[in-house]
Ligand binder design. Structure first.
Ligand SMILES: [Ca+2]
Ligand SMILES: [Ca+2]
Length: 108
């Protein structure tokens, strides 16, 4: 019998009872809500200070592969970091998500 390819499925994690896929295996058109984006980006908050540093964002991007080119990282941080402290705070994640939506085709 045929064995199904689970290479995307096993990357899925359960969040609030529903399966949320990680971005890294999604090669086709992505559909990610704002809430999912926030949830996802927070996983890369390594020092758990509630803010996403440029390094943490870079790690997030590295994890996803090609969907978020590195030059857009810089642009994204610049666009989202309203108070110019170099970190993406909770309220600024919305800006980052909006940036991602406008520039990267992520749908809310
Ligand atoms: Ca952090
Ligand atoms: Ca900031």
């Amino acid at each position: 019998m045929a064995i199904k390819n689970y290479h995307t499925v096993h990357k899925g994690v359960h969040v609030g009872g529903k399966t949320e896929m990680t971005m890294c295996r999604l090669k086709k058109k992505r559909e990610m809500t704002m809430a999912e984006f926030k949830e996802w980006i927070r996983r890369f908050d390594e020092d758990k200070d509630g803010r996403i540093s440029r390094d943490e964002l870079r790690e997030a991007i590295r994890a996803t592969g090609a969907w978020f080119p590195s030059w857009k990282t810089k642009l994204g941080v610049k666009a989202a970091d309203m108070n110019r402290d170099g970190f993406i705070e909770d309220n600024e994640i919305t800006n980052l998500a909006e940036f991602a939506q406008n520039h990267l085709g992520i749908h809310s």
